[in-house]
Unconditional design. Structure first.
Length: 120
């Protein structure tokens, strides 16, 4: 499980940095501000919950925090898709990010399933 934790942390850190740079580069209009705020909150929540999971006092808490991270990753995919489809930013810049969020979601989901199989 230690390798999974490291893989999740590294992938999330890379995604966080890319999303922060994306948010900083968005136009300064009302729509972009709202989407940017939501995107930044959901994306950074992934990492915050992963850190909480790593400090969890039980396997159940660990799994719960990973579940919160997964939900945030799924929300991040939504906001990225909305931003991409809105035409507010060049699609070529945004297109790789939902895939990265999807990969992170897959790692989180796989980890959660493994933990649940081991019985909380």
């Amino acid at each position: 499980m230690q390798n999974e934790k490291l893989k999740i942390t590294i992938k999330n850190s890379k995604l966080d940095i890319k999303i922060i740079k994306l948010v900083e580069s968005l136009p300064n209009d009302r729509v972009c501000k709202i989407i940017a705020d939501q995107l930044l909150k959901s994306a950074t929540s992934i990492g915050a919950n992963i850190i909480e999971a790593q400090a969890a006092s039980s396997k159940r808490d660990f799994t719960n925090f990973l579940n919160y991270s997964l939900k945030s990753a799924n929300e991040t995919k939504f906001w990225l898709g909305l931003l991409r489809d809105s035409g507010k930013k060049d699609r070529r810049i945004i297109n790789p990010l939902p895939d990265e969020a999807k990969q992170l979601s897959s790692i989180l989901a796989s980890s959660i399933l493994k933990l649940k199989r081991k019985k909380l």
